[in-house]
Design a binder for this molecule. Sequence first.
Ligand code: IFM
Length: 457
Amino acid sequence: MSDKLIFPAGFVWGAATAAYQIEGAWDADGKGESIWDRFAHTPGKIAGGATGDVACDHYHRWAEDVASMAALGLGSYRFSLAWPRIFPEGDARLNQRGLDFYRRLIEALNERGIAPAVTLYHWDLPQALQDRGGWLNRDTALRFAEYAACMFRQFGGEVRFWATHNEPFVQAFYGHGTGENAPGHRNPWEILTVGHHLLLSHGLAVEAFRAVLPRPATSGAPAPQIGIVLFVWPHHAASRSQRDQAANRIADGGMNRLFLAPLFAGGYPEDLLRHFRWRGMRPAVRPGDLALIGAPLDFLGLNTYTRLVNQANPFDLLSGARQLPARGPTTAMGWEIYPNCIIEALRKAREYTSLPLYITENGAAFNDVIGPDGAIDDQNRIAYLRQHLAVAHQAIAEGIDLRGYYVWTLLDNFEWAKGFGKRFGLIHTDFVTQQRRWKRSAYWYRDVIARNGLVEE
Ligand code: IFM
C-alpha cells in the first residue's frame, strides 16, 4: 500500500446516525410511539433492559453535535427522520414541533456547509401503523409515500441526498424472521411480504420525489438526489463443495440479491423465488409493482462491515445455510475484520447498476478504554478505518464510481437489541452525564478529511 492515498476532488466524507439510536426524547413535543419504543419497553427484548428513551439526547443536544461535525470537517451528515415525530399516528396529523426540530437541524447543517443526507425510514415505524398490520399491510406503503411526499415538499430543496430506506433486509429478516428487532415477529412467512412492501413503498416514494422535485434541466447548484441504502455484505462459501456453493448462493440471495434484483434488474431472482416458494413463502407482487420498484434512482448507498462464510445446513429451513464463526481478528460485534468487504460490496452493486455509489455505513465497535488522562486511544478503530478506506481507494482506482464514505457512527449510541454496550462512535458518549469526548479516531478522521485521503506521517 502506498502511504499516500488521495481521493478524487469532491469525494464526500461523512458520518452517519439514525433517529432512534441517538435522539431520545421518545415522547417529547407530541412525538408518537414507534415500534422501537414499544419493543424496547417490552421486558427481555434489549440487552441490559436498555431503551432509546434518552439515548444520546441528541434531540436536545443537536447544536453541540452539529458543532462537532463542523469541527470534524464533515462534508455530509447522514441521519434519519423519526416518522412518528412528524406523523404521530403515521398519517394525517402533522406534528409541527417534530417538523421544527428537523428544520432547525437541516438549516444548521447547511449553514456549516455539511450536506444533509436524510433517510426517511430507519426502522422506527409509527406504532399506530403497526397496530394496523405494519409492513405486512400493503396500505403502510401508501402511508409511507404520503409521509415521504410531505418531507420532499417541506425540505426537498435543502437536502442533498434522500434515501427512502435503510437496510430493508434487516427490517424484513430481523424484524419479522428472527424477531431480534422490532416488531419482534418470529415468523419467516412474513419476510417476503414485508420485504416487498418496503420495496413498494420505496418505489412510491421515488415517484412522489420526481413529482415534487423534478430533475432540473440545467446543471447549477447540486440538485437533491434520491436513492436507497442497502445492507450489502459479501458472502463466501465455506468450501468448493457443490452443497456449500449452493447454500451460499441462497444466503447471498436473501441478503443481497433479494433487494438488488427488483430494484435494478426488473424482478425477484428466479432461484430465490423457487427456494422460498418450496417453503411456502412468496412476495405479494401485484401488476405494476415491479415497474414502480425499478424506477430510476440517482445513487445507491451500501452499508458493509464484514463478510459472511456459509456452509450447507439442511436443518436451517429458511436459508439452508449456517454461518461459520468469524476467522481471525474481530470487532466487538464478533464480526471478522475483512477490509475487502468494501470492494466486494461495490463490485456486487456494480453487477446491477452503474449509478454513483456511496458507502453509507462502515465502521467498528470496540471496547474502548478511557485512559487516566481522559483520552481514548482507539488505535484498533483507526486501523479498521484506515484499512477499509485503503480498499475504497483501490475500488476507485479500479474504475468503480464511488463518490463518498460515511463512518458508522458519529457518536456512541443505542445499538438496537444489543443496547449501549457496543460502541461504534468516533465520539464517546457518557450515557449518564451525556458528556461527549472525541476518541483518537475522531482526530484521525478529521485529518483524513482535511487531507482528502490517507497521508501517513
Ligand atoms: O447500528 C446499525 C445501524 O443502525 C444499521 N447498520 C448497522 C449498524 C451497526 O450494527
